[in-house]
Design a protein around this ligand. Sequence first.
Ligand code: GLC
Length: 663
Amino acid sequence: MKDGLLIEASSASKILLEETKDSKEEASEDLSLMAKEGHEVNSSIDRGISHQFILHEDEHFYGLGDHTGPIDLRGYKKECWNSDNPAAQVDTFLSMYKSFPFFIIRKGNDYLGLYLDNTFKTIFDFGLDEKTFSFSFKEGPDDFYLFYGPTLKELLAAFTKATGRMSLPPRWSLGYGQCRWSYHNEAELESVIEGYKKADIPVTTLYLDIDYMDGYRVFTTSEKSFPHFASYLASLHSRGYKVITIIDPGVKEDKGYSIYDEGMKNGYFATYKGKTYVNEVWPGRSVYPSFNNADVRKWWGDNVGLLSSQGVDGVWCDMNEPASFRGPLPDDVLFGKEEHKEIHNVYGYYMAEATYEGLKGHTAKRPFVITRACFTGASKFTSVWTGDNQSIYDHLRLAIPQQLSLGLSGMPFVGTDIGGFGGDTTKELLCRWIELGAFSPLFRNHSAAGTKRQEPYYFDKETIDIYRKWVNFRYQLTPYMYDLFYNHLSTGLPPLRPLFMEFPDDASIANLNTEFMLGPSILVSPVLSSGENNVLLKLPQGRWINFFDMSESKNGGIYALDASLSECPVYIRSGSIIPLFEKGYTNIDKTPDTLTLLLFPGEGSYIHYEDAGDGYGYIKGEYNLYEFTNHDGSLTYRLLHEGYRRYKKIIARSLSGETTLLP
Ligand code: GLC
């Protein structure tokens, strides 16, 4: 070690982290031949400052935001360097679109988090040599923070308190969304609406990908495709739909285009060797706003505000790694005074911040932003999707550790492109993906231009029936999902959780990548392979009840279960209360009059939050908070806070029947 300090973080009498005194051996192999053939060479040889720690047998590593491979990073090397790599993502990918230089070490039942406060490229080696783990970087501050649990939940509470939590999203953002690159005009969108209507599948959000713009010029709309943009959006609203539009950071180099002209006049774009820096993205030659500058963010936000004043409900930020078609941006491109190599990883973070603040400043509604690239702490402004996956089973499987790892890094609102983005999906894959996706906060089907159409109504009746079943199920689950965001506010915990977060004593689930929990109660074990109409279900200690048939229960253990194409095994922790809205609930803007509580056998209690679903009334106390208690099938409750009009009816359903309360 060069100039670091010896760290020993200990709990009671245990040492949790021991920095080695020796510097790591530099790679000595000659890799130049490999590089010549185009192979990526091991970039650990780039290391400048390195902190290396002793690796113990009982240690596991989690977090680091979105990464490929299993949830336990032990034995893997990854980099934080936001990357738009269009190849099919595989375990050996060093980096993805986002950077979260934060990882969690699990040692027995102790959890320790390490956040490296450095936005430059950082490298994490979780034990390639089987003896040590390390992180390293060539530039940037040698500042890192340790967060001690001892439990994982306490650790995440402390970490998200320091880096920021997501405030309540609008409830509609939890509804189902249909996207495609691209719906080119009103007629195409109308045909999507028609398709869903005929299939009798609810849809809340319609997405407009890049082709709604005029020649991909950000903040414009195409006169030809959407001649009456604002009034068309108003018509969609009147029919209950929300609209999310994409925006990209790359501004077309085009004199006479107001965004380009204003940015040039004010010096808002990145420069290189004294001139505005130009690379290429969808609009062709494009320039890059310096989002790290507060004035640029304000200007961008004002333009987002104009978009929202035309009726856009949410904004989707893409290509903000930043992506570039003419090779990577040189390290020393200047964003204001700061170099690209420092700004790169936070470019998406700042773009999301600018977008969020723009929405917030221009409407009384809760902003909703989705981003592809970001950095630690971005959940204050945005949700994320995992970028361009492919319609392959490997990526259906990857969706579980990806989303869980994001949650373990402080990002609660996550989702994958349902059905897969690139490549042609199949009936079976789409069905399996909707079963998994129905539990993701961001619930969106999206596919690339040129691929087989992926809207469910392009498939046969069986697919449509299965798809409808799961989309309807998700709408019913809205209050539980919304409660999890309320819970995130006070605990920092994500809705999607690895099993070990809820069952820390079970060492056998430390690297379980095929199941997940939604909140504390719902365990989901989807079918993840083609031709397999069964799953190997692993249930932690305790009693578990089949969500769809309360009379069927199992004890902790491993079970081979049948799961036909329409089925996804879902088991509930005994004593749980699951709040549902009634069948047919799809108008997600509306808080319904009836709440149904499923009381699963056993004892337990549950906090439920009710408000208008949008706006900021809740900050002034306009919400209700209920504490429900399940006494093995019978319900009692207390109102912990009353500030909003209450449900007219609360139905409690258990094995012994149904009772109705009129609160
Ligand atoms: C990027 C996005 C994708 C989008 C496409 C066109 O590939 O990741 O979601 O559809 O650009 O805008």
